[in-house]
Structures are given as C-alpha cells and as structure tokens.
Design a binder for this molecule. Structure first.
Ligand SMILES: Cc1ncc(COP(=O)(O)O)c(C=O)c1O
Length: 365
C-alpha cells in the first residue's frame, strides 16, 4: 500500500480534511506559472500529445547537458519502472531493502527472480566511507560478490524510506562492481531535487562513464504534480529506443508536458523550496526533541521525509490513531527488510509538523 491515497483515507477514517504526511510531495505546490500554463493548454486536449515530448526533452537536455536522444519522458517515474522492466526482461533482479515497492512488483510482472539485499533502517549510511581508496576497493569487491549472477540492480538515493544518501564515491564502487559483473543498474533519483545543496550530486553525471547505468527521475514530487504524473529516464540512446517500442506512445499527456516545461523554466523555484523545507526540517527536529516523546525515535534524514522508530506499540495502530485525528503517515510494516516498528513522515510546512507533534503528545506516545 502506498501513501497519498486520500479517497481511501476519507472512506476509512470518516474524516474530510487531512494533513497528508504519507506521501513525500513538496507541500508548497507547483511553481506559480504552472496553473496559468495549464489553463492556456486546456484547448490542446482535443489533439494527441506529442509522442516524443520533444519540447520537454529539449528543455531537460539544455538544463542537464545530457543529449536529447538519451532522455525519455514518462507518465511518472512509476510508469517508467514498468517500461524498463518490460524492455529489459532481466532474469535476476537485486533490490536493496527496504525499498519502494514498485521495483519488486515491476520485476515480478516480468517473472524475474528477485533477491533482496538488507540495508536496514540506516539505509546508505551503513555503507563504508569510500573516500579512502582502500575502502573503495573493498566495497567494490564485496559488491562483486553480491552481484554474482544478477542482471539488474536497483539503487535509490535519496533513499526511500530511510532518507539516506548514497555518496558518489560509494556509488562509483558499486558501479565498478556492476560493470565488471555485466549487471545493469537503475539508479532512482526521484527525490534528487530535495537534497540539500551542499550534498547534491546526480548519477546523470556518470552516464558517459558507465554505459550500464540507467537514471530514473521524477518531476511529480518536487514540482508537486503527483496527480498529473511526469517522470524521465536518462540512459544510452539504444535503450531509449527500446523503451519507446515497449510502451504506449502517448503516455505523457498534453497537460503534463506543458506543466513540466513551465515548472522547469522557473529557475528560482528549486532553491526556494529547498530553503523552505530546510527550515521546516530543522523546526521539526528541534520541536520533536523538545517534546520528549520517549517511545518514538526520529531517525536522521537528508531528504524530505524521515523514519520514526516505535520503541513501544505497533506502527499500524499508531498510523490508525493519527489517521482518525486527521494526520496521514506511512505505516512501514509492508516494507521488506525493515526490522522493528516504523512509520515514515513527510517533512511539510512548519504548521503541519507542529500539529503532528501536538497529536503525538495528545495521544501520549
Ligand atoms: C523512490 C520512488 N521512485 C519512484 C516513485 C514514483 O514516482 P512518480 O510519482 O513519478 O511515479 C516513487 C513514488 O513514491 C518513489 O518513492
């Protein structure tokens, strides 16, 4: 089960309005120009969308420096995960867990044999520091063993649900191992834009160095368009061509293409959102610590969401109790590879975070 299902929540909790911390979406909405652009684009819905999403891909190419023929747009990163698996048809897939559940569902849909690698609640923080060449070699060697016989590896950073970052040196060690073992890597950086400026690096920078690398990116989260859907894949031109033949040519509708273009044109928006969210994150961590919620442990994060471990009680019950009080959080019981009881909360505006803490206190957790 995913977060963000408001129709289900309304029916289940009999509540009309929620603070939704169950889906990791930028709470400040899309760039202002997007609504105007959508109004203007409405008359275009009588035509088929451009199957090439040409204007959008040119924009992404201009902003990222990645050649146009290495970019594909899709109906959200979610659709592209399925399209990738359909086109690649791997026999053996490795998923470090906990992980976004659609990796396993998409792999199962093409009858792949799925293995899991335990990352645990620390996520990528558990990976040794590969800035030291000796450690980097050790990690490469370890992953060479882990990837033995694997056709496709999923990596995710910032990592859902732990909020941890895979540092570039660790990424390179794993990529070297993958290259040596002939394994393809899907690197999901759907939460890339939320990372603090000082820590930001993109796997897109490594596409030339590692032809086995496929980078997945979502515009629905940071640009707050989950209901419209927009995502992209960056990969070798031959794979982009194969992906096009594996799917519906019109999956990216006219409005999503226009909204994406408009969103990417607003160059002040990313810094503004990051700054606001950084303030919210600092506020939340400070207030949480001050609230002395002894049965809950808030884990560190470098993204726009965080895990909270329950020292007592169970996650499903806590999720229900919060839901009845109009706050939706993600019960993490369904995540493979997460030992213990956890919920995941999105970091939203300060008012929402203050309300969460107030409710925690009211229900005596
Ligand atoms: C890690 C990760 N990748 C991809 C997606 C899918 O994103 P989109 O909304 O673009 O389909 C999600 C959605 O929650 C996610 O958490």
């Amino acid at each position: 089960m995913h977060g963000g299902n408001l129709r289900w929540a309304k029916e289940h909790y009999h509540v009309d309005e929620f603070i939704d911390l169950s889906a990791n979406i930028n709470p400040f909405g899309p760039p202002v120009g997007v609504f105007q652009r959508l109004q203007e684009a409405l008359s275009q819905i009588v035509h088929y969308p451009d199957p090439e999403s040409k204007a959008l891909r040119l924009k992404l190419s201009q902003l990222s420096g990645i050649p146009y023929d290495m970019i594909l747009a899709g109906n959200g990163a979610g659709e592209l995960i399925y399209t990738l698996l359909q086109a690649l048809r791997p026999e053996k897939v490795l998923i470090p867990v906990p992980a976004f559940s659609e990796y396993a569902r998409a792999a199962a849909a093409v009858h792949a044999n799925i293995s899991y690698w335990p990352l645990g609640a620390e996520g990528w923080q558990a990976l040794p520091d590969c800035r030291l060449p000796e450690r980097a070699r050790q990690v490469e060697q370890t992953w060479l063993g882990i990837l033995n016989g694997i056709d496709l590896l999923f990596l995710c950073s910032p990592h859902n649900p732990t909020g941890s970052l895979l540092p570039p040196e660790g990424f390179v060690s794993i990529m070297r191992a993958a290259e040596r073992s002939g394994c393809l890597v899907i690197f999901d950086e759907s939460f890339y834009d939320f990372t603090l400026d000082a820590l930001r690096w993109s796997a897109r920078e490594y596409l030339q160095e590692f032809p086995n690398l496929i980078v997945l990116y979502s515009l629905t989260k940071f640009y707050s368009l989950p209901g419209l859907r927009l995502g992209t894949v960056f990969a070798q031109p031959s794979l982009i061509r194969a992906l096009k033949t594996a799917r519906d040519p019109w999956s990216v509708n006219v409005l999503a293409q226009e909204a994406g273009l408009e969103a990417l044109e607003d160059r002040d928006f990313p810094g503004w959102v990051r700054e606001k969210l950084q303030e919210s994150r600092a506020f939340f961590y400070e207030r949480f610590t001050g609230a002395d919620l002894r049965s809950l442990q808030l884990k560190p994060t470098q993204a726009n969401f965080a895990l909270i471990e329950l020292k007592e009680g169970n996650a499903q019950q806590l999720t229900e109790r919060l839901g009845r009080r109009g706050i939706l959080v993600r019960d993490c019981s369904s995540f493979e590879g997460l030992e213990g009881e956890f919920i995941r909360v999105a970091i939203k505006d300060q008012g929402s975070m203050a309300r969460l803490i107030q409710v925690f206190k009211a229900i005596h957790v």
